[in-house]
Design a binder for this molecule. Structure first.
Ligand code: P6P
Length: 338
């Protein structure tokens, strides 16, 4: 009798999965999987620091103020450097744009193979680092527009989210999970620390059409536009056909990840302080909207489908509501006066 294998089922790593997905891109020479492996490597480096944040002097403010006017936490700086380091050596990348940098970076200036732009938020939710709350990395991959030269930086990145060729995020939480899509469904990989590999743990994730949580910062309730207040009241009163509980972590990636797996709705409406919304279109809303739609959910800015918004600037903000079809259709009815 064959000895029992200690491994009950085959391990599929994210690299194997990417190679399988790669076959969907005719003519792709493996450069796409090489690009994505730069992201997976950088996030392993980041998670190793996030896990040790309280043990080294890496915790706490870096002292610099970033382009967002936010005091940079040292881990923000480290995460940004890790991603820039791992990605700038991928010859298929022409442009790198980060939440931490005012301007995009041009790499591989002369390479004809430089055909992708990667836009990312290296450490979303970083204000939560000091209190050990989940934080995350988001990324969005765009193809160079026809005829755009490397000096045409804005054209590479100012594309509607519908043109993303891939997008995803990593949540550094109770475990480290990478969720990504190349337009063929959504798949999650949990980091197995003992082997240092992201292993397939959530194949073909589908967002439940109806959930039991709504997720919003209720402290700003009075400053939300009236339709959003009415929507939240209906959720609270059970008028959408079920009782809802409230969950809000304050890290978009963690709040969205729960919404993706459990359903419901996550929203950051316009507020008095942020009349155009707080979240960033290119590297927060777009990756999340791409994943949500690939998993059967919806994402809007209250008027438009997030993925249809034509960006005008790299760090532009947008209102965001993302969730299952039931909650999102109910929001659309309220926003249209029903
Ligand atoms: P508020 C974190 O700073 C972040 O950019 C998102 O990750 C998060 O969803 C949002 O801001 C939280 O903002 O105003 O509720 O603290």
């Amino acid at each position: 009798m064959e000895p029992q294998s200690p491994i009950e089922q085959p391990l599929i790593t994210v690299q194997q999965h990417i190679l399988q997905e790669q076959k969907r891109f005719p003519g792709a020479s493996g450069e796409f999987s090489w690009l994505l492996s730069g992201i997976t490597l950088a996030t392993k480096m980041i998670q190793a620091q996030v896990r040790r944040a309280g043990l080294t002097d890496i915790l706490g403010a870096h002292g610099q103020v970033n382009v967002q006017g936010e005091v940079q936490q040292k881990l923000d700086v480290y995460a940004n450097e890790a991603l820039l380091h791992c990605l700038r050596i991928r010859e298929s990348i022409g442009i790198l744009a980060s939440e931490e940098n005012e301007r995009p970076m041009t790499v591989h200036y002369n390479s004809p193979n430089a055909r992708y732009a990667v836009v990312f938020d290296p450490l979303d939710g970083s204000s939560n680092i000091d209190v050990n709350v989940s934080v995350g990395t988001t990324f969005s991959i765009l193809r160079r527009p026809e005829g755009a030269g490397l000096d045409d930086v804005e054209r590479w990145v100012l594309q509607p989210g519908a043109r993303q060729v891939a997008a995803g995020y990593v949540v550094y939480g109770s475990s480290t999970i990478l969720v990504y899509s190349v337009g063929n469904g959504v798949h999650g990989f949990t980091l197995e620390p003992s082997i240092g590999a992201y292993v397939l743990s959530h194949e073909n994730i589908r967002m439940p059409p109806e959930g039991k949580f709504y997720s919003v910062n209720e402290a700003y309730y009075d400053s939300f536009p009236a339709p959003y207040r009415e929507y939240l009241n209906r959720l609270r009163r059970g008028e959408l056909g079920r009782r809802y509980a409230s969950r809000y972590i304050g890290s978009m990636v963690a709040d969205f990840h729960r919404t993706l797996l459990k359903g419901g709705v996550f929203l950051y409406p316009p507020t008095t302080e942020n009349p155009l919304g707080k979240l960033r279109l290119l590297y927060e809303a777009n990756p999340v909207a791409f994943i949500a739609e690939q998993a059967g959910g919806l994402a809007t800015d209250g008027r438009l489908r997030i993925l249809d918004i034509e960006p005008e600037s790299i760090h532009q903000r947008t209102p965001l509501a993302v969730g299952g079809t039931s909650e999102m259709e109910a929001l659309a009815r309220v926003l249209h006066g029903a």
